[in-house]
Design a protein around this ligand. Structure first.
Ligand SMILES: [Ca+2]
Length: 325
């Protein structure tokens, strides 16, 4: 009896998402356990195209948008592959949001795609991607001060270029930035996202306006979600199509779950699954791509997972939800 249990679990999560949360950060340097009181004004920056968890993170965000908890301002591609933007557009369109603007990077790392092309070929989409930095500036200018959440789940190329172009705009408009990247409190080897564009990573980690919250490799390595998608999503679903392509429906993914764990914090706050750690310190990235938390308060924190089962269930409940026809 999967569906009644899923419905009950979904109701629980939706109830959480609909209750009043803590007020928005009062100053640009404040950290809050909860999300803003109104819809999270969200920009997603993603290396969508190769790994399943970018798709799952966007699915989570779309479901949260359907409950009124998120307003998706835009989605930015941050690696160089011509199929990624139309693939993102196809996913947004299937979720009923074909008008979400999509940004594409310049000078980004070239990365092969595994599912962007199949999604772009099989699913409708009609958007016209624009330059990511220009889109960031337009979106940020249109929003109130200290109101925008940026969720970075890929390379930091766009953010580094934005920081170089218009740091004052970031400091004025961004409420908080959530970055999946690195390992905490210290990495023994370079993490994937941080290594995609290391100069950009080092620039963002060193200069980005606070508050910033990092979601590290060590969290996603212990979370395995998405394994109900082939049962809960219809055959027409692009989310199911990606899981089927990468793992084969009926087979569980055992790679880990990185991007959705960051997306969940961006949408729901710490929600009894995380605590914020690292007060009095900040992140640094060495020339070899490894990162470490060092003394010195700079408005940065990192997530520590406190309830793996609850987080896994909460993420699954959101990504298993199918948009209304
Ligand atoms: Ca990613």
């Amino acid at each position: 009896m999967r569906l009644p249990r899923l419905a009950a679990a979904l109701a629980s999560v939706l109830a959480f998402l609909l209750v009043a949360a803590e007020p928005a950060a009062a100053s640009p340097a404040a950290h809050a356990d909860g999300p803003p009181s109104g819809p999270v004004k969200l920009i997603v920056d993603t290396d969508f195209g190769q790994w399943w968890d970018d798709v799952a993170a966007l699915a989570l965000v779309h479901t949260a948008a359907s409950t009124g908890r998120v307003d998706i301002l835009g989605v930015m591609s941050d690696v160089d592959n011509p199929w990624n933007a139309p693939g993102i557009d196809a996913l947004n369109t299937w979720y009923g949001r074909p008008d979400i603007p999509i940004g594409v990077p310049s000078g980004a790392a070239v990365v092969d795609q595994t599912y962007s092309r199949p999604l772009a070929v099989r699913y409708p989409h009609a958007g016209h991607p624009v330059d990511a930095v220009g889109l960031y500036r337009r979106l940020l200018r249109s929003q109130p001060d200290h109101s925008v959440t940026i969720l970075s789940i890929g390379a930091l190329t766009n953010l580094a270029q934005l920081a170089r172009t218009d740091a004052k705009l970031i400091a004025r408009k961004v409420a908080r930035t959530v970055i999946m990247g690195g390992e905490y409190p210290a990495a023994s080897t370079p993490e994937w996202n941080f290594g995609l564009d290391l100069p950009a990573t080092r620039r963002v980690v060193a200069t980005w306006a606070p508050p910033t919250v990092y979601d590290g490799y060590e969290i996603g390595a212990h979370v395995f979600v998405g394994n109900h998608v082939c049962a809960t999503h219809p055959a027409s679903s692009p989310v199911r199509a990606v899981f089927d392509l990468l793992y084969g429906c009926g087979t569980s993914q055992t790679d880990g779950t990185w991007d959705p764990t960051a997306a969940y914090y961006a949408v729901a706050g710490t929600d009894r699954v995380y605590t914020l750690a690292g007060a009095g310190g900040h992140n640094t990235v060495a020339a070899d791509g490894t990162n470490a938390w060092v003394p010195g308060e700079r408005g940065q924190r990192y997530l520590v997972m406190t309830d793996t089962a609850r987080l896994t269930n909460a993420i699954d409940t959101l990504i298993d939800q199918v948009p209304r026809a």
